[in-house]
Design a protein around this ligand. Structure first.
Ligand SMILES: [Ca+2]
Length: 371
């Protein structure tokens, strides 16, 4: 499996010693602008330099899916209002349309959003939302002047419930749409490869199963409890974040056809039949939602943990020791995406989702400059 955080205490001690030595060498304040000092991880990977987040947009209501358009503006879904908001490059916001049929409640509502990789030649955005009966994926046409029009359902029948709706959608490097779903409170769905619940799905832009999927249906990987983060590294490896029940949240390296264990195992301990996670956290230090890869690390926005986790990638599918940033500073963090320039992150709060403690400006969208 290569180096993972499961290398144990020796690796952690080494990492801490290296970090301390570097911090001492850098002196107080280290890098400019209040940035974290660069430290050497357990496996020789370097943590990125992370500057303090800058507020970019305010007054959003439970922002969930975020996608960057080619012009640098963003489209953001609001979970409970069912609206899609455009955030301009200067941080101003305007609604561009509503998604029909959104039935918010609990963790459900208007969730993930992805922009067609060929946009604007293919002028489409894709959304994942909870309806009155299920979770579904729809396609809409987006024009900056006309807003959103022509909603068309691509896939329905994804199990829905108050909790565990999954909801992230993202285009992979293969141009296919990956869909993170949840078990909708029925763990038996996760091991049923014919159910759309508790899966990572891989579908075409018509909503059909990708031709070379491992089981001849839409399932790409299974045995998941509630996946809300999908991100690929520069080599095309897919990482997914997953909420644990009471003990262990997970980051998994996703292989086609892989069984990630739920509900037989939570966290590690799968052995032969199940793929073990790359990283585990207790649910109070993570509850990981969105994920993004930038500057050699996987970044994970954490809700209950109220922090941005940085997981250094070793380049061979392994990981170094994770580092927590901004713990408790901004409240619940839902989504993280890479900017179009690739040298910074967009990071959103989720303090108005019923479980947070919002400040007046919430929910906020931050720019987080890297290295
Ligand atoms: Ca698992």
């Amino acid at each position: 499996m290569g180096s993972t955080v499961r290398t144990g205490a020796a690796g952690r001690v080494a990492a801490a010693a290296a970090a301390a030595a570097l911090a001492a060498a850098c002196g107080a304040g280290g890098a400019a602008g209040g940035a974290s000092p660069r430290a050497e991880g357990a496996s020789g990977t370097a943590e990125a330099v992370v500057a303090e987040p800058r507020v970019h947009a305010t007054g959003l209501e439970v922002p969930w899916g975020i996608a960057v358009l080619p012009d640098g503006s963003m489209l953001v879904t609001e979970r409970d209002s069912g609206e899609v908001v455009r955030v301009a490059e200067d941080g101003t916001t305007e609604p561009v349309g509503s998604v029909d049929g959104v039935s918010p409640g609990g963790e459900g509502g208007l969730l993930g959003l992805a922009v067609d990789p060929a946009f604007p030649n293919e002028p489409y955005v894709y959304v994942y939302f909870t309806s009155a009966s299920d979770n579904r994926i729809a396609r809409l046409e987006y024009d900056p002047q006309e807003g959103l029009t022509g909603q068309e359902t691509l896939l329905d029948g994804i199990p829905a419930a108050g909790n565990h709706n999954g909801g992230r959608i993202a285009f992979g490097p293969d141009g296919l749409l990956y869909v993170a779903t949840g078990d909708a409170g029925d763990p038996s769905l996760s091991q049923d490869r014919d159910s759309l619940g508790g899966k990572i799905l891989r579908i075409t832009t018509a909503g059909e199963a990708a031709e070379d999927n491992p089981f001849g249906n839409r399932t790409y990987s299974y045995g998941h409890r509630n996946v809300q983060g999908l991100a690929w590294d520069t080599e095309g490896r897919l990482y997914a974040t997953e909420f644990g029940q009471n003990e262990w949240d997970e980051v998994n390296l996703i292989e086609p056809g892989g069984n990630y264990g739920w509900p037989e195992v939570e966290g590690e301990g799968g052995g032969g039949a199940f793929v073990d996670p790359l990283v585990t956290w207790t649910t109070d230090e993570a509850s990981p939602s969105g994920a993004a890869v930038a500057d050699g690390s996987l970044w994970v926005a954490s809700l209950r943990g109220a922090r941005l986790w940085e997981v250094p990638l070793t380049g061979d599918g392994g990981v170094g020791e994770p580092t927590a940033h901004f713990t408790g500073d901004y409240g619940r963090l839902r989504t993280v995406v890479v900017t179009s320039e690739g040298d910074a992150l967009w990071l959103s709060t989720s303090n108005r989702d019923g479980r947070g403690d919002p400040v007046e400006e919430d929910d906020r969208l931050f720019l987080v400059p890297l290295g």
